[in-house]
Design a protein around this ligand. Structure first.
Ligand code: NAD
Length: 292
């Protein structure tokens, strides 16, 4: 018995890296998987169908069930085709893992409009579009009287939740994905849809290409040492969040190696208050209590 027996799942950006590991584990745990990948470069240029096809072939060789999809997740019609492809191939949809992404790192003073737009587009809109079409499908099912037990797992990043210089575009998108996760969990719970996010850390072409990280994410020299950067370490948490009986929703988890940590949401802390409007002079004195 697999933890995902009978579940139909879409994993976006599953032709490589972390998404590929999700797709392989999902299939091993019994899910039928739509392996989505545009197959472009790390900056998001070009297309290559073979990335998704290879993962489908790997899954089939291991006795699992999978189909490939090559749509751009940030394209409105493409996102609809992606959701429809699961229903056409496997008759239903239970899980959406939003994982696809690109990088165009640059310090703010050098960042071009195109670098900003491309990263926000692929990550933030590329999460919203499949989520939106899947949500419509599940709402229809729920309204028709079916008991929906669906799950969405989004992919955020410490770059957005904690901040990382050189990644203003990427970090803003990833922080937005954190907010999207919380709001979607609040809106879609009534239709039987849980929504969570992960902030992973693993060795992929993305981290290998990041200045200062390339050396850190290397596999350990000793063959029997635990490889904390192995991207396959990320997938069990995502598979758990995708199970029918998982209770989690509206949560964001950091995950790396053998570690899973719950992120505290944005939260209000100390306050200053008076019965009327503050003057600037009053704030000059009172704000010391908040600024420490
Ligand atoms: N590797 C890490 O440590 C790390 C850390 C934090 C967040 N993440 C996030 O994890 C996710 C996976 O990244 P990865 O490290 O495996 O990188 P990766 O480059 O190996 O994989 C990303 C995949 O997404 C695909 N893709 C890109 N744009 C697409 C689009 N518009 N439509 C469909 N597919 C598209 C790419 O072709 C690629 O195969 C990303 O969202 C990334 O931002 C990774």
């Amino acid at each position: 018995m697999g933890a995902l027996d009978g579940r139909v799942a879409i994993v976006t950006g599953a032709g490589r890296g972390i998404g590929r590991c999700h797709a392989l584990l999902f299939a091993e745990e019994g899910a039928k998987v739509v392996v989505n990948d545009l197959g472009g470069s790390i900056e998001g240029s070009g297309q290559d169908a073979s990335a998704a096809e290879q993962v489908v072939a790997e899954i089939k060789a291991l006795g699992g069930e999978a189909v490939a999809n090559h749509d751009n997740v940030a394209d409105w019609e493409g996102g609809k085709r992606l959701i429809d492809s699961a229903i056409e191939a496997f008759g239903d949809l239970h899980v959406l893992v939003n994982n696809a992404g690109i990088l165009r790192d640059r310090v703010i003073v050098n960042m071009t409009e195109d670098e900003w737009d491309a990263v926000i587009h692929v990550h933030l809109k590329g999460h919203f579009v499949p989520l939106r079409h899947a949500a419509s499908y599940w709402r229809e099912q729920s309204k028709a009287g079916k008991e929906v037990k669906a799950a969405i797992v989004n992919t955020s990043s410490t770059s957005g939740l904690l901040g990382n210089p050189g990644q203003a575009n990427y970090g803003a998108a990833k922080a937005g994905i954190g907010a999207l996760t919380v709001i979607a969990s609040q809106e879609l719970g009534r239709y039987g849809v849980r929504v969570n996010a992960i902030a992973p850390a693993a060795r992929t072409r993305m981290t290998e290409a990041t200045p200062g990280l390339g050396d850190i994410v290397k596999a350990p020299a000793a063959a029997d040492a635990f490889d904390i950067w192995d991207p396959a370490n990320i997938s069990p948490l995502v598979a758990y969040l995708a199970t029918e009986s998982c209770p989690a929703t509206g949560k964001v988890f950091f995950v790396q190696g053998g570690q899973v940590r719950l992120f505290q949401p944005w939260t209000m802390t100390q306050k200053i208050e008076k019965s009327g409007r503050f003057s600037v002079a009053e704030l000059e004195s009172e704000m010391k209590a908040l600024l420490g």
